[in-house]
Design a protein around this ligand. Sequence first.
Ligand code: PLP
Length: 440
Amino acid sequence: MTKSYVIKPELGKEYPVISHGKGIYLYDKEGNRYIDGSSGAVTASIGHGVEEVAEAMYAQAKEVSFVYRSHFSSDAVEKLATKLAEWAPGSLNWTFFVSSGSEATETAQKIAIQYWQEKGRPTKNRIISRWMSYHGITMGALSMSGHVLRRKRFTSLLADYPAITGPYPYRKPEDMSLESYALACANELETAILRVGPEQVAAFIAEPVIGASGGAVVPPDGYFQRIREICDKYEVLFIADEVMTGVGRTGKAFGIDHWGVVPDLMTLGKGMSAGYTPMAATIVSDEIIETITKGSGSIMAGHTYSANPQSAAVSLAVLDYVEKHQLVEKAAEQGAYLLAQLKELADELPLIGEARGLGMLCALEFVKNKQTKEPFALSGGVGGKVIQKAFEKGLLIYPAMGGIEGVAGDAVIISPPLTITTEQIDELISLLKEAVIAVQ
Ligand code: PLP
């Protein structure tokens, strides 16, 4: 192999080179096959090598790939925004296009703060978020993220945002019902708002189902309904970070739809273009856009590649594919089957404390002791070892070691493309079982 000058996640390590992908499978140049059991980083949700997307990409490239959003709009961008307005709940009708989830959450943060400025309330400029959370790697997004491992080298550069814990049903106090736990967790937001003062708080941001920092942690019913009430009471905008959960991943169009709650802003990424191109979005309510339109008339955000027609055409083809193949419904059905199989593994294998998830976003949490739920220390956890073993066996899964020593779990995410069949789930489960057994 010739020397590589690519900066890779683990410096000094050699990574296999992929030659092509088809459906749920990826193939490297050595001829090894991998089941993409995590859709990469919960991204390739329609599977690899979809012809329709490649054709849409080529057709747009022949017309025009790039125009700058300060100069022009394009058919692709207009159509995509219209489709997203149809998909999104309530009056979430306006889309600001960006190229990554981090840009999307950071744009949401900026729009929320600008909205209050335009309302003549500039002190409302703080964001509240949760410790078990990940909203992105750029500084504004990282400020809102509780993922300690990713934060700790840069704390001097971060606005100190996370304030509340967020629900973690697996580790709730045993004598508390799920219902009262949901309310107690949500009420932490009220306490946090009152502590800072409602006049200081612009928005609250949360992932409907916690991804990278906890591993498919599903909140109890009632949690987000109460969050919405609290946000309304104190005039705090609610940002649903749907970068991981959006576009069908959890078996509904958006994760927050499971609780019938309508946020004021919503962020998308990952599944929005299913990995075929960098594409992400911040979707904004009528009220916010009307206020800013009447005020300064311009949102102070944007990137060179924002709203480029090439990415829009690809994302449009992906959404068409999701609709045509009813992948949202499939994610619910096949996800239920996947979770049932994971729960069987959890019953069987001593290392697995819990199998959990929603739709096609599932996780296993590993524990030292199943009865006491004693977590592994982050440095000595088994999630990383299971990921490595699975990789050697030709199965890709995704880390979700929350980065909060002694609190958040040692978990891995299993989130295959929404197109996966029952037989392929069985194949995935048997490799996963072998990987866990090899580690225990
Ligand atoms: N928000 C959530 C919920 C995520 O899971 C991620 C990435 O994992 C991000 C934001 C950041 O997205 P990106 O890596 O595309 O910047």
